[in-house]
Design a protein around this ligand. Structure first.
Ligand code: NCD
Length: 310
């Protein structure tokens, strides 16, 4: 059987995403039913960039399925620091684990890794490119909040140039009916051209760009806030100038719909004021919680474990 990897958010079909969402909701409802699904299976988490949610939710997911996790949280503690190539690291770890999740600062590193991996490989973020498991988390959250993944106006706000969670979610959501996007960012941090030309325009998706959160917020069903990605800037003064361009607070939320959902992949820095956390429209900690269940579902799927045998 061909080994299945997840590199790009569209590596899974719309139908497969639907099945994962269904399974994630079952896993949340009856976790005990699945607690030995992955007995004797090992997940390796190879993180060459900082992470709290992605790495720990992957490991929590594997433990909750009865498996175990090995790995590193800092590339400096791996042989990468001695100059080992990604391919050699992955070839080696393929001998130690049944499934691998890797985060790496270089765009495209996930393709290099998947190419040599003998076991299912999951892209847990490759530079400013894609982050497909955050996208699955986001899709599960949107589905559970709105009971649909179509007919939505979604605003993305903040660093749309470097934010991989934005790139991934835009690509995934472009596959559903009657979706429109409003991209709110400073001119320096607009969404990349390849997404506009190769994804949005090709699929005739309605979108426009704006610099004003206040003027766009009343139109939105979902507001996806993002952090300005400090680590991807070449110049610190640009980061300092741009980092607080948008701060969502209770006052701005008075302009929004009552059923807006406020999402954020986290970590947040200043872009959502803590006073917003108690607003019933805030969905970002719900997103973090769903990260475990959708990753449990993904591990089951990529390992080819039959759910009824769990
Ligand atoms: C995001 C990431 O790493 O891209 N975090 C996450 O995985 N939940 C967002 C970010 O770092 O800003």
């Amino acid at each position: 059987m061909k080994v299945r990897h997840l590199i790009d958010p569209c590596d899974l079909t719309v139908k497969e995403v639907e099945e994962l969402i269904k399974l994630a909701n079952l896993l949340e409802k009856s976790p005990d039913k699945y607690n030995s699904c992955c007995q004797n299976k090992i997940l390796a988490t190879l993180f060459f960039e900082p992470s709290t949610r992605t790495r720990l939710s992957f490991e929590s997911a594997m433990h909750r399925l009865g498996g175990s996790a090995i790995g590193f949280a800092d590339g400096n503690s791996s042989s990468g620091a001695k100059g080992e190539s990604i391919s050699d690291t992955i070839r080696t770890v393929s001998c130690y684990a049944d499934i691998i999740a890797m985060r790496h600062p270089k765009e495209g590193s996930a393709y290099v890794a998947a190419d040599v991996s003998e076991v299912p490989f999951i892209n847990a973020g490759d530079g400013g490119h894609y982050h497909p498991t955050q996208t699955l988390t986001d899709l599960l959250t949107i589905y559970n909040l709105k009971n649909k993944l179509d007919n939505l106006v979604i605003g993305f706000c903040g660093d749309l140039k470097f934010g991989r969670t934005v790139h991934s979610l835009v690509k995934a959501m472009a596959r559903y009916k009657n979706i429109s996007f409003i991209f709110i960012s400073p001119p320096e941090l607009i969404i990349p051209d390849y997404l506009k030309k190769e994804v949005l325009e090709k699929s005739n998706i309605k979108y426009y760009e704006s610099t004003s959160l206040e003027s766009e917020i009343p139109k939105l069903d979902i507001l996806y806030m993002t952090r300005v990605q400090k680590e991807r800037f070449f110049n610190e003064s640009d980061y300092i100038r741009l980092k607080d361009t948008y701060i969502l607070d209770s006052e701005k939320l008075t302009l929004a719909k009552g059923d807006l959902s406020i999402m954020h992949p986290l970590p947040r820095v200043n872009e959502i004021s803590p006073e917003v956390d108690s607003d019933p429209r805030a969905a970002y900690f719900m997103q973090a919680r769903y990260g475990v269940y959708i990753r449990m579902a993904l591990i089951i799927k990529l390992l080819g474990i039959k759910e009824d045998l769990c």
